[in-house]
Design a protein around this ligand. Structure first.
Ligand code: PEP
Length: 249
């Protein structure tokens, strides 16, 4: 059975001091046990976070990863390095990586493979820009994103993927997809995976919604049958808000 997951993407926020305070506050919070909670601090705070989270059920994710094992890639971080500081998930294909850092489907495919080979679970982000939604192409866009970067995987490998549907027009904008829009897309994604793999595989994959989730709208979004949780940006930076979102299921 698929898990409910809430993952906090801290993006390029929080220095060591702020990260430490935020994690300590999360450790003291009363978090619903049935939900898998993941935080994704910046690279510089992963080792610190790993220490502070020791003995807790909160899992660590990185926000990105390089696709090579090691070598002359100045400024990059490998899967092995991430594993060595307790990371178990990696966010791949975030719309900011796609748009600002030109990460395309082919590159993301190699990153997915590298993550899985190193036993890191990809939180693979997909989603249309506003124009795609306005033109009615949103289903086609996510289908391409899924098939170009994930559908080369075996059924067994696919079981280790978490998908985050994040309509780009809802990220950091305060505008959220309605619970119905989220549900429609999640059903579509699940059906598309079922057609390629099987209903059993599709039913086991957690599909998260991301895009301006806040304590005030989380409950309605998570009430939808195919929304298995959220990838949270801004609201993950306040322990109180993140806790409220986690406890919205
Ligand atoms: C994100 O960056 O993945 C995100 C969903 O951000 P926000 O919650 O701030 O819209």
């Amino acid at each position: 059975m698929r898990k409910n997951i809430i993952a906090g993407n801290w993006k390029m926020n929080a220095d060591a001091q702020a990260a430490s305070t935020l994690i300590k506050n999360l450790n003291e919070a009363d978090l619903a046990e049935k939900t898998e909670v993941i935080i994704a601090p910046s690279y510089t705070n992963l080792a610190l976070a790993n220490e502070l989270l020791s003995g807790t059920s909160i899992r660590l994710s990185s926000q990105n990863m390089h696709q090579a094992d090691k070598g002359a890639f100045t400024g990059e971080v490998s899967a092995e390095m991430l594993k060595s500081v307790g990371v178990s998930y990696v966010i791949l294909g975030h719309s900011e990586r796609r748009a600002i850092f030109n990460e395309d489907a082919q590159l993301l495919k190699t990153k997915v493979d590298q993550a899985l080979e190193n036993e890191l679970k990809p939180i693979f982000c997909i989603g249309e820009e506003l124009k795609g939604r306005q033109d009615g192409k949103h289903f086609d866009i996510v289908e391409s994103q899924l098939s170009e970067s994930l559908f080369h995987l075996s059924a067994n490998a696919m079981r280790n993927i978490v998908i985050a549907y994040e309509p780009v027009w809802a990220i950091g904008t305060g505008e959220t997809a309605s619970p119905e829009q989220a549900q429609d897309m999640h059903v579509h994604i699940r059906q598309f995976i079922a057609d390629k793999y099987s209903v059993e595989i599709a039913d086991g994959i957690s599909i998260l919604y991301g895009g301006s989730v806040k304590p005030g709208n989380a409950k309605d979004i998570f009430a939808k049958a195919d929304v298995d949780g959220g990838l949270i940006g801004g609201a993950a930076l306040k322990a109180e808000d993140f806790t409220a979102i986690i406890n919205s299921f």
